[in-house]
Design a protein around this ligand. Structure first.
Ligand code: MSP
Length: 463
């Protein structure tokens, strides 16, 4: 898996989002991390394709449309427009926004189904169990906790004819795969191992045709189960002559922990079954919590990214998501902490440093355009952090570099020694490149003739 590191093509994906309600801070978290990594890989010379999109063929979307008395297609079209607008406000730039209602995707899902059917990996049987619409997931009786899904969502009992995918055949191949080191953080693999420890079961992959979804080939009474449709989006999006090299490059899926099993167990099996190359990395983050509970649309406790941006700025939101990143732990959203951290780091350590050094040079009539770039060991550490998907180390490294420059300004009294100021500025030119993936809006800042204040301190709304 990770032996694909030196491949200069990188393919970064987010999960595709259910368009049943507006995106909240939790959903945009995956997007912010993915956009940041895309830009960071590009900075160090990789050719990156960044995919996101919407997962439309599910019951919760049908229900949300019905609640508004809208046709499902019109309902999702409206939400998708608004998703795209809100994503843009966070300076997120994807290469493709795949909708599972896109024709090319629908066709490829049916081809995928037919391929597995031909290999006799799909059969018809009877599904007896429970279904949670909130999770769009099937559960066994033994999974339930007090009659509910493990997530606390309501379930309904089902006893229906359905199609199944023979996952169970892939147990040993999957165990072999689990010996490879493909999750970030590394210990995430233990959950996946735990999930299959009692044996993989065959996955129910169809539901009754309600008129909204992708019909099962040659049996239009059924639709393809939403996850079986959705997971293939990653492959389908670059299944063209022009883009297939990205799938052959380093494929990095970024997901929240609630969907790690779908991506770490069922998706690899689907790839094995269809004789496709495996993805390379699964980067899993934890959750934004509000008062100890997962922030989620169904709980109605969501924080709106658009509101934060309207009140403050996209830079602040991106900074907070990337600093907190949630790779190690869940995080409690805290507006005051977000602002304090931005003021301490982005303003105090970074922006002030740029302004200070630039002003020294300007006062001495030195054009910053005449100054070259000078690297240090810290750049090598940053490059490693990107390639290891280690966002915490990236963050520490860029701010250590700021600290080091600030200390050297003081130590060498750079305001009295223009040669020192020039040397420090040449390092800072390199460093600024690594701030751009966090703050895309600062690109080109050094084109100005006069010293710029990149960020001003932010006051909280109550100050
Ligand atoms: N549609 C599926 C994914 C299919 S991918 C083939 C889905 N969609 S979702 O809209 O519910 O979630 C999308 C992403 O948002 C997931 O990575 C999920 O973990 C993330 N988040 C949703 N709520 C979250 C928090 N409260 N905190 C952080 N991220 C969480 O799942």
């Amino acid at each position: 898996m990770n032996n694909n590191r030196k491949n200069k093509k990188v393919y970064i994906t987010t999960p595709i989002f259910y368009p049943n309600a507006e995106l909240h801070l939790g959903s945009t978290h995956t997007l912010s991390i993915a956009d940041f990594l895309t830009r960071a890989f590009r900075t160090i010379g990789y050719d990156v394709f960044f995919l996101t999109g919407t997962d439309e063929h599910c019951e919760k979307v049908e229900k949300a449309a019905a609640k508004k008395s809208m046709l499902v297609q019109n309902f999702v079209d409206e939400i998708v427009d608004s998703f795209k607008m809100n994503i843009k406000k966070i300076d997120i730039e994807y290469d493709r926004f795949l909708r599972t209602s896109d024709d090319d995707h629908k066709q490829k899902v049916q081809e995928f189904w037919k391929y597995l059917e031909k290999k006799q990996l799909i059969y018809k049987g009877k599904y007896e169990g429970y279904y949670s619409v909130a999770d769009e997931t099937f559960f066994k009786e033994s999974d339930l906790i007090d009659g509910k899904a493990p997530t606390g969502a309501e379930v309904r009992k089902e006893s229906v004819d359905a199609y199944f995918f023979k996952c169970s055949q892939f147990q040993s191949k999957l165990e072999e795969l689990f010996e490879k080191d493909f999750t970030t953080p590394k210990n995430r693999i233990n959950e996946l191992k735990g999930y299959i420890s009692e044996g993989l079961f065959d996955l129910c992959i169809s539901r009754k045709n309600t008129g909204w979804g992708i019909p099962v080939p040659n049996d239009e009474q059924y639709l393809v189960y939403v996850w079986f449709d959705a997971l293939t989006n990653y492959f389908n999006a670059c299944d063209t002559e022009e883009l297939k090299e990205y799938w052959n490059g380093r494929v990095i899926h970024i997901v929240g922990k609630d969907i790690a099993v779908f991506h770490g167990v069922f998706w690899p099996v689907m790839l094995m079954a269809s004789d496709r190359k495996m993805f390379d990395d699964l980067l899993v983050h934890n959750w934004w919590l509000v008062k100890e509970e997962k922030m989620s649309k169904s709980k109605g406790n969501v924080i709106s990214p658009s509101e934060i941006i309207a009140k403050y700025s996209a830079n602040l939101l991106r900074f907070y998501c990337i600093k907190e990143n949630l790779i190690k732990n869940d995080g409690s959203f805290d507006e005051k902490k977000m602002i304090d951290d931005f003021n301490a780091f982005a303003v105090g350590k970074f922006s002030n440093l740029v302004y200070r050094l630039w002003t020294i040079l300007h006062r001495n009539d030195i054009s910053i355009q005449s100054i070259g770039e000078k690297t240090t060991d810290i750049e090598a550490r940053i490059i490693d952090a990107i390639e290891n998907l280690d966002i915490n180390d990236y963050f520490d490294a860029i701010f250590n570099w700021c600290d080091s420059l600030n200390q050297r300004i003081e130590h060498h009294k750079a305001w009295k020694d223009v040669e020192i100021a020039k040397t420090l500025f040449s390092e800072m030119k390199v460093l600024i490149k690594y701030f751009e993936p966090i703050f895309p809006s600062i690109q080109g800042i050094l084109n100005s003739e006069t010293p710029q204040i990149i960020f001003h301190s932010i006051k909280t709304a109550n100050e």
